[in-house]
Design a protein around this ligand. Structure first.
Ligand SMILES: NC(=O)c1ccc[n+]([C@@H]2O[C@H](COP(=O)([O-])OP(=O)(O)OC[C@H]3O[C@@H](n4cnc5c(N)ncnc54)[C@H](OP(=O)(O)O)[C@@H]3O)[C@@H](O)[C@H]2O)c1
Length: 232
């Protein structure tokens, strides 16, 4: 069995814990310096994963924007772009989405039902992989390990981040807190209610805190316990 990749969750949140506002246009929570930091994290990963709703709402390209970083990837013997991955149960993905027409290899992880729906429309655009009746994230990581993915960046949205944390599959969480209040219950939250391992009494290790302009960057290690001396 191949090793599962290292899983890094990346998110930008408002101070009140939202991923976006409820308007049709995406709310930009990061500042330019922080977007450049995210570009560097992408360049350092073998694959980038998002949920289908993020593709449907934001239509992102999910590329490495910096020419220098792409050149470094090529010089290191890597593909120019990380593999792009989307997770969908329904398979409802518009083949015109920018995701399918930019960058390098693309994978769609889905169910038997989702594969039946998407394999035709996405033929030639992405490899559609069914994981059976439902998407098991452990099985997804094992498949990525077999494909040589050593480092996976998960860019959301909230359902996907919740799934990785609830199944204890996230090794690292990079959380950029923007000085913004959204205050709208119709907007998507970073995390949904879930049975998180250990519950509210389990404290993650806070590995680092940095300032990126007006954004605070927190680096947590969800699988590691807090350092001795901190409340348990
Ligand atoms: N601030 C940030 O850093 C950031 C980053 C990314 C996204 N966002 C925002 O987050 C919002 C979208 O987040 P979201 O929570 O609504 O959606 P999401 O997590 O992007 O995607 C949810 C979709 O993923 C698929 N999915 C999730 N869990 C699954 C499972 N266990 N098995 C199979 N498929 C599964 C389903 O797709 P199907 O419905 O196709 O079955 C589900 O509807 C957008 O507003 C976006 O702008 C913000």
């Amino acid at each position: 069995m191949s090793a599962r990749p290292y899983v890094l969750l990346s998110v930008a949140v408002s101070i009140d814990g939202y991923l976006d506002d409820a308007s049709p246009d995406r709310l930009l929570l990061s500042n330019p310096e922080d977007f450049d930091r995210v570009d560097a994290v992408r360049a350092d990963c073998d694959a980038i994963l998002v949920g289908a709703e993020t593709l449907r709402r934001d239509n992102p390209r999910l590329l490495v924007g910096s020419d220098t970083r792409r050149a470094h990837r090529i010089a290191a013997g890597k593909p120019e772009f990380p593999v792009k991955i989307v997770v969908t149960a329904t398979g409802e993905l518009d083949p015109e989405l920018r995701f399918f027409h930019t960058g390098g290899d693309k994978l769609v992880y889905t169910t038997d039902r989702g594969a039946a729906r998407s394999a035709g429309p996405l033929a030639g655009l992405a490899e559609v992989v069914s994981l059976g009746a439902s998407v098991d994230f452990g099985a997804l990581l094992e498949d990525l390990g077999r494909r040589g993915v050593g480092r996976l960046m998960v860019e959301g949205g909230g359902h996907i981040h919740t799934a990785f944390l609830a199944t204890d599959l996230a090794d690292e969480l990079l959380m950029a807190v923007a000085p913004v209040l959204v205050g709208d219950s119709a907007a998507p939250r970073f995390l949904r209610p879930a049975d998180f391992p250990g519950g509210p009494r389990r404290r993650m290790e806070l590995a680092d805190v940095a300032r990126v302009g007006d954004v605070a960057l927190l680096r947590y290690l969800p699988k590691q316990r807090a350092a001795p001396g901190t409340p348990q």
